[in-house]
Design a protein. Structure first.
Length: 227
């Protein structure tokens, strides 16, 4: 049962893999690092399983913060990433992510929370570029294939899998304001009591979509659309 700690350095994984990361702790900020204000690159975490119960800020690499480049998370049949809010495949909240991927080798693996749940990040305020997610994601409100919530540009990203929630469920992002450029989605998307969309589940302010497309199925009790 790994004890996450705060990381402030520069870690180049040089293509190595950390296997069987297991965290089961009833506290906020759970991951390889609890909080990260440093830089992590070229590293894979395989067969990760993190359960923070009803606590917030959960991600395979960090619960909160960090800059991640060319990093990968691989989920297997025993993998779950679980928390209450701000749950993501790479980081729970406030991380910069580029060239990263989250993928699953089993249909039972899931990223799961209540509010702000995303394939890469639960909630973010940095540009997300050239990232790809292929796994099951489930939550309640603001659930997205890439991010649960984002206020910055998301570009050159893709999501494939099954995405479900109660309201504001989007193939790229659950709750968004900004630009989404050259992104694609191939997914089964559903919202049991609200809006669902192939790209953005809900936008409380201006959002712009360029050169994106979706395939798959979308169902919702509220507004349902491709974009």
């Amino acid at each position: 049962n790994w004890l996450p700690f705060e990381f402030k350095g520069n870690l180049d994984g040089k293509g190595h893999t950390i296997s069987n990361l297991y965290v089961s702790r009833i506290d906020d900020n759970q991951g390889l690092f609890s909080k990260c204000s440093g830089y992590v690159s070229n590293l894979t975490i395989s067969k990760a399983s993190i359960n923070a119960g009803s606590n917030k800020n959960v991600g395979a690499f960090s619960g909160s913060g960090g800059t991640f480049t060319d990093c990968t998370v691989i989920l297997n049949g025993t993998s779950v990433l679980v928390g209450k809010e701000n749950v993501g495949g790479i980081s729970g909240v406030n991380a910069s992510i580029k060239g990263c991927s989250v993928k699953s080798s089993a249909s039972s693996a899931v990223i799961k929370g209540t509010d702000y749940v995303g394939g890469l990040i639960g909630s973010g305020n940095s540009v997300i570029d050239d990232c790809h997610v292929s796994c099951k994601i489930a939550g309640s409100n603001y659930v997205g294939g890439i991010a649960g919530y984002s206020s910055k540009k998301i570009q050159n990203c893709s999501y494939e899998g099954t995405l479900s929630g109660v309201a504001a469920v989007g193939g790229i992002v659950g709750y968004y304001g900004g630009e989404i450029v050259s992104c694609k989605v191939n997914a089964t998307i559903s919202a049991s009591n609200g809006n669902a969309s192939g790209i953005i589940g809900y936008s409380g302010y201006s959002a712009y979509i360029y050169s994106c497309y979706t395939t798959g199925t979308i169902s919702a009790s509220g507004v349902c659309c491709l974009m």
